[in-house]
Design a protein around this ligand. Structure first.
Ligand SMILES: [Zn+2]
Length: 90
């Protein structure tokens, strides 16, 4: 006897993985990273897990965020230290 069985296709598995872990492109990251830097500087709770995930895996965007943070802190005349530590803590 044969029971029809639906196995998960690789495509379905890929979509499930994406749903669990939001994925951003470097362009998406670039568009929103300044908001994230403001969050880091203001000490607000981290509300952008997708961006966070991208930064932890993409050194180019991480460096971008880091220099943006230093610039923004200098602009505002605040100590970048605490925000920098938040940014670098994965
Ligand atoms: Zn990136």
């Amino acid at each position: 006897m044969t029971t029809p069985r639906r196995n998960l296709t690789p495509e379905a598995v890929r979509r499930l993985t994406l749903a669990a872990e939001p994925w951003l492109s470097c362009n998406d990251c670039f568009d929103t990273v300044d908001t994230y830097v403001e969050i880091m500087l203001s000490g607000s709770p981290d509300s952008m897990p997708a961006l966070r995930a991208h930064l932890s895996g993409c050194s180019a965007c991480f460096e971008e965020a880091r220099s943006l943070l230093l610039l923004a802190a200098a602009d505002a005349g605040v100590d970048p230290g605490p925000a920098l530590r938040r940014l670098e803590k994965f």
